[in-house]
Design a protein around this ligand. Structure first.
Ligand SMILES: Cc1cc2nc3c(=O)[nH]c(=O)nc-3n(C[C@H](O)[C@H](O)[C@H](O)COP(=O)(O)O)c2cc1C
Length: 220
């Protein structure tokens, strides 16, 4: 076993042994999430910011896909995508979504649900400007979720866009930007031996300032 895999295996064992109990967790679930994210990063989990976003389409079908989370603070979780995509259409219609983070190597999962809103344009501008030029041109070139003839069509679009912008700065397309999910429920799951896993659910009490979270233990 490589050094790295050995490290992960022993970390996983440490967390499984330590478990997850009320005295250990932060009263604020976002702080608790940040702690687990930091531990996943330190442990070398692959793409620790990857999560599954689930939405419901116009016919009531659940739809899931991976995204990368770009912000996690007291407001909620931020991610970026195409505003004309299937997911954005679903987020706009339903106004709510679920996020699922898994750090399998640590035997951990976090489920989150909440309401969604677009982030202010200035925030999308700032993030877009920080992206590599290739990704900026890619965003302009791809009508995300639409049917396209073939790969060549896409590659030609990229060439056309690159020629259009030349050496100029690439502005953010109005159809591309961020979403903020404001959590109202979290569930932290820690795998334990013999299927006796730990599950702690946080439910938001009240609306607006002075929010507090109720924490319940759920059966595995
Ligand atoms: C690990 C991973 C990370 C991804 N991150 C993003 C992302 O941050 N934004 C995005 O628009 N698509 C991302 N994708 C692609 C999406 O899964 C999806 O294919 C795309 O957003 C179109 O989804 P939709 O048609 O449901 O809107 C990612 C895919 C993977 C596997």
């Amino acid at each position: 076993m490589s050094e790295h895999l050995h490290d992960l295996a022993s970390r996983r064992k440490d967390y499984e042994t330590a478990g997850l109990d009320l005295p250990d967790v932060d009263a604020d679930p976002m702080v608790q999430w940040q702690r687990w994210y930091a531990e996943a990063s330190e442990a070398g989990c692959v793409e620790p910011n990857a999560f599954v976003l689930s939405t419901v389409d116009a016919e009531g079908w659940p739809q899931s896909r991976y995204l990368l989370v770009r912000g996690a603070d007291e407001r909620g979780f931020t991610f970026f995508t195409n505003y004309d995509s299937a997911k954005s259409e679903q987020l706009t219609r339903e106004g709510r979504a679920a996020m699922l983070f898994t750090w399998l190597q640590l035997h951990r999962q976090v489920r989150v649900v909440g309401e969604v809103q677009r982030v202010p344009d200035a925030e999308s501008d700032e993030y877009y400007a920080s992206r590599p030029r290739g990704s900026q041109i890619g965003a302009w070139s791809s009508p995300q979720s639409q049917r396209i003839p073939d790969r060549e069509w896409l590659e030609q679009r990229v060439e056309q866009m690159a020629a259009t912008f030349g050496d100029a700065e690439v502005p953010r397309p109005a159809f591309w930007g961020g979403w903020l999910l404001v959590p109202r429920r979290f569930e932290f799951w820690q795998g334990r031996p013999s299927r006796l896993h730990d599950r702690l659910a946080y439910t938001l009490l009240g609306e607006g300032d002075g929010d507090s979270w109720q924490i319940d233990r759920l059966a595995p």
